[in-house]
Design a protein. Structure first.
Length: 385
């Protein structure tokens, strides 16, 4: 039965799989309603939920980039957190004001954001020759070294990073509009930094998702999938495997840099512990739980992984066995990691397509049952629901 459910979903051609995919495409009305809801949320939600949503948006942007590398091209990377750190600290350095302790260039924040993403791409480009020639666990170990190098630099380069205490994040401003805590009344609702940043995160996420979708649906996406599934055959057909691997690594790094900038704007303080091995493993959990090679799966996985610890922390007093650290129960951060692990196991064993494939699997199952009922009715049999 599992083969009947998953086989149509993995084919892009005509036939049952194409019919199921057609059923699953949201119509214009659904996209319109979803967009209106997302735009209206800052008017109704409190700051906690908006901040949690911004964390999910930043994680989704970074996960889309990692999914291009790991899910679509088959390159395992454990160094994604390093590139998030490059983006976050790069923005602080470019936009920060210079003083006798910290390096800063005092650039306009929007320009600093763009340059931080470019800087992350340059960092990925420096590593891309290695990424173009290594694959599998070898690339994973090589990228893991970036985490340790980054932690050492962030903790000791006090002039750039502020050391263990980190450095404050300059507030974003675009064309003179500051995304700060100064209240602005919009429809009678006071908008502060988190409400204003909500729309920045939403725009960045939509643009990131659309660009990645275009890449995957075009010729580069077909080449990436060919490299992932049949590397040698792709090379024989004329696909420059090493060049594509290196280019996707650079693109994935730039996505991580953009996510790091947004994450820094939400945190308002960058510290080295934010960008450790735990964050890298969380990103792998995001793409596995959400669905490898899927832009929507990266978003769903990011919501799952980022929201669980915050919800557990928020309602720890009302949940059994969950309590603050040192009070006798299980800390929210620990139990959230248990849930990540359980979700990864369930996804690998029972839902290899991740959360993004669950609606498709349900629709396929319904379609199979409907076909069987129709066949039975055509033979004059009584079919029980």
């Amino acid at each position: 039965m599992s083969d009947l459910l998953t086989r149509p979903l993995q084919r892009a051609g005509d036939g049952p799989g194409g019919a199921v995919k057609a059923l699953l495409r949201p119509g214009p009305l659904a996209w319109l309603i979803g967009g209106v809801v997302l735009l209206a949320l800052p008017f109704y939600l409190e700051s906690f939920w908006l901040r949690a949503g911004l964390f999910a948006m930043a994680a989704a942007i970074g996960a889309i980039g990692l999914n291009l590398l790991t899910g679509s091209t088959g390159q395992l990377s454990l160094g994604h957190a390093f590139f998030l750190a490059v983006g976050a600290y790069g923005y602080c350095i470019f936009a920060g004001d210079p003083d006798h302790q910290l390096v800063g260039f005092g650039m306009p924040p929007f320009l600093a954001m763009v340059l931080a993403v470019v800087l992350t791409g340059v960092a990925g480009g420096l590593f891309s020759p290695i990424a173009g020639r290594l694959r599998g666990a070898y690339l994973g170990i090589a990228t893991l070294a970036l985490i340790f190098i980054g932690q050492h630099v962030m903790s000791n380069a006090h002039g750039l990073t502020g050391g263990y205490n980190g450095r404050a994040v300059p507030e974003l401003s675009i064309f003179g509009f500051a995304f700060d805590n100064q209240r602005v009344l919009v429809g009678g609702v006071p908008f502060q930094a988190v409400e204003k940043l909500w729309y920045v995160g939403l725009v960045l996420l939509v643009l990131s998702a659309l660009f990645a979708h275009g890449v995957l649906k075009g010729r580069p996406g077909r080449a990436m999938n060919a490299i992932r599934d049949h590397r040698i055959a792709a090379g024989v057909m004329g696909v420059p495997v090493a060049r594509y691997r290196g280019a996707v690594f650079v693109l994935s790094s730039m996505y991580a840099g953009l996510a790091g900038v947004l994450l820094a704007l939400v945190f308002r303080q960058t510290v080295p512990e934010h960008f450790g091995i735990i964050l890298a493993l969380e990103y792998l959990a995001i793409i596995v739980i959400g669905g490898l090679g899927s832009v929507g799966g990266a978003v769903l996985g990011a919501v799952f992984v980022t929201m669980i610890p915050q919800i557990l922390t928020r309602y720890s007093e009302a949940l059994p066995l969950v309590s603050a650290p040192g009070t006798g129960g299980i800390a929210p951060g620990e139990i959230s990691r248990y849930l990540y692990g359980a979700a990864v196991v369930v996804a690998v064993l029972f839902f290899p397509g991740g959360l993004a494939r669950l609606p498709a699997m349900f629709r396929a199952r319904q379609q199979i049952r409907r076909r069987r009922r129709n066949e039975a009715r055509s033979k004059g049999q009584n079919v029980s629901e």
